[in-house]
Write a protein that binds this ligand. Structure first.
Ligand SMILES: [Zn+2]
Length: 491
């Protein structure tokens, strides 16, 4: 008979041995994983400025938080052979549904952003492959309560109409879809309200008496386009002219041109600082006015813009910053990353000779001529962006959701725009047929062709759904609402 006391002790020795073997295996596995990660994402940048400032300290802190996650050392994550964690779809879906339900008291400060929560969560769920039609009734009722008789939507019942909240409501209605949702919108009042915001210099105020900036121009262009509004101005518009020579889109492209800064990026208003989100607004605006292959080079200095956009991507982090000398932030995966499909469409069109111009390119009215190089396969490191998103932007706790950077809480805003950036990085976009349309209310839309990008380092099951490069909702949702209103006679 064996000593009963020995049984447990020998079992425990065996289990120690087992766990040591397992630990060793994990270490070997982790080392192998490291081999699959390019050095640029696991090491400090080779060139460093020796001047220490508050900004350089913040940058070092951020790199310090990102490096272990990028190097395959996150205990909570399960890495693939390229050292990338899986997209935690189920947890993110749960997080987004929770953000569409009743929110805790601390969210009271975000009350006027309720339309944004609708758009962010519905768009993010859609990108994750979820069917959001079950929210149709709730979105319709909420949108009705936010619409003003004077046109547009406020952030809540009785709140002033604002361009940003109106944009968000229109996109949310397009996402849930259907005639009942589209019919919520009072298009005649919307047309009058947008006319009253249109300024003689081509731009739009964001609300009556409010600031005029490029967000206003982008949101207005999207709303006019999706709702197929007539372009003539209501007589109460500050931009109205007796001879009828001015309409809702007159001078928009010139306004955008005035927002390109000395750095090459785009600012919110003329003579301000270049910012990633405004770059997306600028390109989105122009892409609605004409094919990017024609209009971008007419109004922007593209080489300088591309240089500025590319400089927003950092190593080792792989993500984008929004401004010069700022930190990486997940939301710029869309605001900056989302510029590249539009630029790519522009360069592809020029390379194929469809733009109708000579090879010589006049740098946006500067008088300086140069020749645009052929479009490279990709204008930014897709791998870097995917690594930042999947390694650093996923909240690996039970809570789920996506975030700005390690150490920050996940939220609906970042979940939406991080996923939109992932979608841009995972797909190749091109405008299938250049349109000769001069106005955004042309009878036929150009069709964006989209395919998953071939060289992928992530698992196929982690592919997210593509979204329209300008409207930031799926292409079929944009088409459905446009077709519906295009078929209507008048308002
Ligand atoms: Zn952000």
């Amino acid at each position: 008979m064996s000593n009963p006391q020995l049984v447990p002790s020998s079992a425990s020795a065996q289990s120690d041995l087992d766990s040591e073997t397992v630990d060793e295996e994990i270490v070997i596995q982790r080392k192998n994983t490291l081999l699959m990660i390019p050095d640029i994402f696991t090491q400090l940048p080779p060139v460093r400025d020796s001047l220490a400032t508050q900004t350089s300290q913040l940058q070092d802190d951020t790199v310090g938080k990102c490096l272990p996650l990028l190097s395959g050392e996150d205990e909570l994550a399960e890495y693939n052979e390229h050292g990338l964690p899986r997209l935690d779809r189920a947890r993110h879906v749960k997080f987004l549904h929770k953000n569409l339900a009743k929110l805790p008291g601390r969210f009271v400060a975000a009350d006027s952003s309720r339309p944004w929560f609708l758009y962010w969560c519905l768009a993010a769920l859609t990108m994750l492959g979820e069917d959001v039609s079950s929210y149709q009734e709730a979105v319709i009722e909420t949108a009705r309560s936010m619409q003003n008789d004077t046109g547009g939507f406020g952030g809540g019942n009785g709140q002033l109409s604002h361009m940003a909240t109106t944009y968000a409501v229109v996109l949310a209605l397009a996402l849930v879809g259907g005639e009942k949702a589209f019919e919520v919108i009072d298009r005649r009042a919307m047309w009058r309200w947008l006319s009253s915001l249109k300024q003689p210099d081509g731009g739009f105020q964001v609300c009556l008496g409010g600031e005029e900036d490029i967000r206003g121009a982008y949101c207005a262009s999207v709303i006019i386009s999706l709702l197929q509004l007539p372009l003539n101005l209501a007589p109460e518009s500050p931009a109205w002219t007796e001879d009828g020579s001015s309409d809702l889109l007159t001078g928009v492209a010139e306004y955008v041109r005035r927002c390109q800064t000395f750095e090459g990026g785009i600012s919110g208003q003329p003579n301000a600082e270049a910012h990633g989100a405004y770059a997306f607004c600028a390109l989105g605006c122009l892409a609605l006015l004409d094919h990017p292959g024609r209009i971008f080079q007419r109004y922007l200095d593209i080489p300088r813009l591309v240089a500025w956009l590319s400089s927003r991507q950092y190593a080792p982090e792989g993500g984008f910053s929004g401004r010069t000398n700022k930190l990486v932030d997940g939301c710029y995966s869309h605001w900056v990353g989302g510029c590249f499909p539009l630029i790519q469409a522009c360069l592809n069109n020029i390379a194929s000779g469809n733009d109708g111009t000579e090879a010589a390119y006049n740098a946006a009215g500067t008088g300086a001529s140069c020749t645009l190089p052929p479009a490279p396969e990709t204008l930014f490191s897709r791998e870097g962006l995917m690594r930042y998103i999947l390694c650093c932007c996923q909240d690996q706790s039970e809570r789920g959701g996506l975030r700005d950077k390690p150490g920050k809480m996940a939220d609906a805003y970042h979940s939406c725009y991080v996923l939109a950036g992932l979608s841009s990085a995972q797909h190749d976009w091109d405008l299938e047929e250049p349109t000769a349309a001069e106005e955004i209310s042309a009878t036929a839309d150009p069709v964006w062709a989209v395919l998953p990008h071939l060289e992928q380092i992530f698992d196929r099951r982690d592919l997210v759904r593509p979204i329209h490069p300008v409207y930031a909702i799926p292409q079929q949702n944009a088409r459905a609402i446009k077709d519906y209103f295009r078929a209507k006679q008048g308002f």
